[in-house]
Design a protein around this ligand. Structure first.
Ligand SMILES: [Zn+2]
Ligand SMILES: [Zn+2]
Length: 177
């Protein structure tokens, strides 16, 4: 019988005496999945991933990109449009793409999966347009990693009561609002 260095779970340690990997918490787990999913994104403007979760189960996922079967941004180049927010700031977006959150909702709708009272993990905070839809499908808490124009969604967050919580995969969970 070989002698193993037994860790807490009873598994032998990896070769070469490496430290066993730390077990992920639920927030790190789902946010890490969102980051992995973002690597499927095709818009050159940014790569975002989203995971809809209830009771620690993944219900649906999405990343930003062109509608199914249509040319990707990275094949035809993004089609950029400019819009002016009521506070006067001008932003640029790509008209080709569906945002990750909306694609996750579309996937749930397509397969008849209820996402009411679920939470969503997104690699960046939602734009105001996606936030409006997240409110209406009954999402309770939005977990995000990188902030994206959060000042534009302040009022809607306050009025709707939907929670926005930052989860940095490298840091501890922080309450944003
Ligand atoms: Zn694009
Ligand atoms: Zn959006």
């Amino acid at each position: 019988m070989p002698e193993y260095n037994v860790t807490g779970c009873g598994c032998p340690e990896g070769e070469g005496g490496r430290e066993p990997l730390k077990r992920l918490g639920w927030h790190e787990y789902f946010m890490s999945v969102a980051h992995l999913i973002s690597r499927r994104a095709t818009c050159t403007r940014g790569h975002i991933g989203a995971v809809i979760v209830r009771d620690n189960n993944i219900l649906s996922t999405g990343y930003n990109g062109a509608p199914a079967g249509l040319p990707h941004c990275n094949e035809t180049n993004c089609k950029i449009y400019r819009s002016t927010h009521p506070d006067g700031t001008v932003e640029e977006n790509c008209v080709n793409t569906i945002h990750a959150e909306i694609n996750a909702i579309a996937q749930a709708a397509k397969h008849g999966v209820s996402i009411r009272d679920a939470d969503i993990y997104i690699t960046a905070s939602p734009c105001i347009h996606c936030l409006k839809v997240l409110i209406n499908v009954g999402i309770k808490t939005i977990f995000y990693d990188k902030p994206y124009k959060i000042e534009h969604i302040d009022e809607l967050l306050r009025l709707s009561g939907i929670r926005l919580v930052q989860v940095n995969v490298a840091e501890n969970t922080k309450e944003q609002a």
